[in-house]
Unconditional design. Structure first.
Length: 484
């Protein structure tokens, strides 16, 4: 396969790819230059096959957990942080874990989310009303969304509205904001053989310890007998965990280890996916006040401030479009990388030219080969999404002809990936995001603005995930003005 030259045997092009937007643009440029499937140099002289072809991507995701699996390094890292959870599992174990988690994401569980989010929104309104005056628009940090997500996910109040920030929130954002660091990679790789290496005081070891400690603390709190009462939760709603424990035959789980691992996974993915998406959604609405106004008009047409499940799913098409456009433009994870567990043949939508000049319509992959799907690139490619692919335009999701149906995934975006590893909680996450945006905009008719106006710069912080932050600010901090 053709591909870019290696600038370094040690790093390959990995440092060039730091940051989701920059990486996405590079992957797309290389696809234009080398074809829809090409090879890039990675660390320590390895290579990685990059798939930008819809048919190849469909095949890749269809074979996940069997022919394509996590790398040993990633799987070990996941086990160290999250235990042997759904994200760690492969093959039959993965299928069993999906079955065990299914009750937490059934329609009944999603419906029970709304009272919790509504209660949280009322708390926000009460707190903000004390700050807003006719002559003053207070600054708020959109990290305050985390209280909503904590309540809905595990039934805990993280205390953000009382001026306190949870240690787990700090740890997750520190992990997400880490930059590619060869010292960190070497430290973790060495720790697989010699765990004591993690005691060396590096940024990676500090974040690793903080995250491990805080996740274990929260999970222990959730697993307290009082927290595991299976009655109604706050305001008549019940969290994901309530549904998980109510509906499962817990004898199928290796109690308490599997429960703890799944709780860690739900907590971490809830933050990385939902919280970041909500933050980016508000940022985009601030950048384009006309879209924010249009969304508010749709929401204001609903009678009363209570949002029912039926209205959320059937009567708010523009809200649905805004959320999906945010997910398209700001996927929490910019790519999927796996290793081939066996030899494979990947079919292509259209032929490509190899480095030797041969024309091929399928790619042979050998066991041990790294394979990547650049999610951000596929979500924002002008080839599939048109000339405005890099722009925030919810209207595209109101016109079926503008949706590239050849791309797999939920609503033809790869944010929730596809196949066996498609996010089982996607409908829950979508409902939570819709309800949060709708209620926070609807109650008291709040208007959100960036501090320096629509043109204010908000960047991606770190390389691990698409975490938004203001340049020169405190990491993931995105302060906004709030007024009525």
């Amino acid at each position: 396969l053709r591909g870019p030259p290696s600038p370094s045997w040690l790093f390959g092009v990995t440092r060039t790819l730091a940051g989701p937007p920059a990486a996405g643009l590079l992957y797309e440029r290389w696809a234009e230059e080398y074809g829809s499937v090409y090879s890039i140099p990675c660390e320590l002289g390895q290579s990685c096959v990059v798939l930008c072809d819809p048919k190849a991507i469909q095949h890749f995701y269809a074979c996940e957990t069997r022919e394509y699996v996590h790398t040993t390094l990633l799987r070990t890292f996941v086990e160290r942080i999250l235990g042997r959870s759904l994200f760690w599992a492969e093959g039959e174990t993965h299928r069993r874990h999906k079955k065990l988690l299914a009750p937490a994401f059934r329609p009944a569980a999603v419906k029970d989310l709304l009272p919790i989010v509504n209660s949280s929104a009322l708390k926000f309104a009460a707190a903000w009303d004390q700050l807003i005056t006719p002559n003053r628009s207070p600054e708020i940090d959109v990290r305050d969304w985390y209280d909503t997500i904590g309540s809905a996910g595990v039934g805990l109040d993280f205390g953000t509205l009382r001026g306190r920030r949870s240690g787990v929130v700090e740890a997750i954002n520190s992990l997400s904001g880490l930059h590619t660091d060869f010292v960190a990679i070497i430290q973790f790789a060495t720790s697989l053989v010699t765990p004591a290496v993690l005691k060396f005081p590096t940024t990676f070891s500090r974040v690793y310890k903080q995250l491990d400690t805080s996740l274990n603390h929260v999970v222990s709190e959730v697993c307290e007998p009082s927290a595991l009462g299976l009655g109604n939760g706050e305001a008549g709603g019940r969290s994901v965990i309530h549904h998980l424990l109510e509906n499962n035959d817990l004898q199928l789980m290796k109690v308490p280890e599997e429960i703890r691992s799944q709780l860690k996974l739900l907590l971490l993915t809830g933050y990385v996916t939902t919280a970041n998406c909500l933050t980016w959604c508000l940022v985009e609405l601030c950048r384009q006040p006309d879209i924010q106004h249009k969304l508010r008009e749709e929401l204001s047409a609903l009678p009363g401030s209570q949002l029912s499940w039926e209205r959320l799913t059937n009567e708010l098409p523009y809200l649905d479009a805004v959320i999906h456009e945010t997910l398209r433009l700001h996927p929490p994870l910019p790519f999927t990388t796996r290793v081939a567990a066996q030899d494979d043949i990947i079919p292509l939508t259209a032929p490509i030219v190899t480095a030797s000049g041969a024309v091929i319509d399928q790619v042979f992959v050998t066991k041990g080969q790294l394979v990547t799907v650049p999610i951000y690139t596929m979500n924002t490619s002008t080839i599939f999404w048109g000339p405005d692919a890099k722009e925030f335009n919810p209207d595209r999701f109101l016109d079926q002809e503008r949706i590239p149906e050849q791309i797999p995934g939920h609503r033809h975006i790869l944010t929730f990936v596809h196949g066996q590893r498609m996010c089982p909680g996607r409908h829950y996450a979508l409902a939570e995001m819709k309800a949060s945006v709708a209620l926070h905009m609807l109650i008291q008719n709040y208007v959100f603005e960036l501090l320096d106006g629509p043109g204010s710069k908000v960047d991606v912080v770190g390389d691990m995930a698409s975490v938004p932050g203001v340049p020169g600010g405190d990491g993931d901090c995105v302060p906004l003005k709030v007024r009525r």
